[in-house]
Design a protein around this ligand. Sequence first.
Ligand SMILES: [Zn+2]
Length: 505
Amino acid sequence: MNEYFAYLRVSTVKQGDGVSLEAQRDAIEAYAAKHDLYVSQWFEEKVTAAKTGRPLFTQMIRGLQRKEAVGVIVHKIDRSTRNLAEWALIGELIDQGADVRFAHEALDLRSRGGRLTADIQAVIAADYVRNLREECLKGIEGRLKQGLFPFAAPIGYLDQGARKPKAPDPERAPFVRLAFELYASQQYSIRGLLAELNHRGLRNKQGKPITTGCLETLLKNPFYCGRIFLRRSGRSYPGIHEPLISEGLFQTVQGMKSNRQQKRQTRHNHTYRRILKCAACNRSLVGEWQKDRVYMRCQTKGCVTKTIREDRIEAFVKDALLGLSLNDRQFERIRCMALRRLETTDGTDMLKALELRLSNLSMREDRLTDALIDQLIDKETYRSRKDAIDIERNEIRGAMRDARSVDDRRASVLRFLELAKSLALHYEMANPAQRRQIIQNAFSNCIVRSQNLSLTPQKWLREPAWTVSVLCGGPVRDRIRTLQEIQPLLEIVDTPLFHRGGNPQ
Ligand SMILES: [Zn+2]
């Protein structure tokens, strides 16, 4: 009896075209029985059609070339070949006398007409696959535009099915937050942070400790603050999943990561570098060591400002912060005011204002896209402006989430008051990086005039009551700016290590 191969193929990815393995097997067995053919070997392939690498297909072709069987029975043409290169291989075999049969189609491949019909069907099958791939890409793009992430959830999130946003993983999400917070505290190197997280019990989906590469990827991934970024296309999309960290914390970590690379070139990392300006020539002062002390020096030759000692600057800053800190009476008064206000406002006005900003942002985005299409700007300019828009949108979304919850607003008001009450103390306890953060967010100007330092406080610090009304949800125009200024400081208050008090650096 003549021996035949049988070849089956199913896609592992669901594509809606699935004829299951068993159904194909049944069809081939029925065909073989009907035509009195003997199947000597089954080849059951489980891969996606669009890829050429099909190991069993190659094996089957080789077997036929070696005449291990007189022919092959396949379920349908589109099961045998999904690209024309493979179809050409089968064509060659037919020319060499192999008997290729299709269980589903009554085609006589030895006749010219039968070959032509089969060729046409192969072309159609190849086109079908191309179409499928395109549809699939369109599906991905569609999901992304809806704010969904159509791939496996990153560590810290769980998949909820294709149509639902990723949900925070109750087990790992706290570790992700901790990773950002600890890194932002500047007390950990990547390696130290990795050891700390693995020691505290963070495991990947396979139950193993995470790797350095995994941690690096995690700290770079804006998904955790609510943005979806695809590295391959370089495009980013606003996500609708619940962020694990704030945009502010994410940006802090990104800033530190790029600083850390620059740091190799800088010999000293002075607390006040690039913060102080010379009153005479408006240039930034640079730090230098002299006899175990740090001096900040004006770089301009012959400038009246020579140097000022770091501990002197420190004293000025502490003094200013102490003067700006709330006393007990002010603290109590503002706290009462805030709590009363929170009871009466429900955040609706603020939400409206934020929604307006959001729609303005969309209009800006449309104009930007138009400008790109009209070639008024190049792709690079477009990207960077688009990124800025995405970041702003994310911040507004964060503010909207805050505005929705009275409890959250109460918590941030209290954190703010706590910060404003003991600003000088917080500064005292902070590490150098946090001190920089406090100075940068608290003062708009730090000007050195011979041996004196004059500091201009930001509005939120001059008028704490005003900031409290921002936090309570009053419809204030520069709300976002104020929040941007105080957010990193509130995070300093929240740093898990902060309350331990130590300052290892
Ligand atoms: Zn100068």
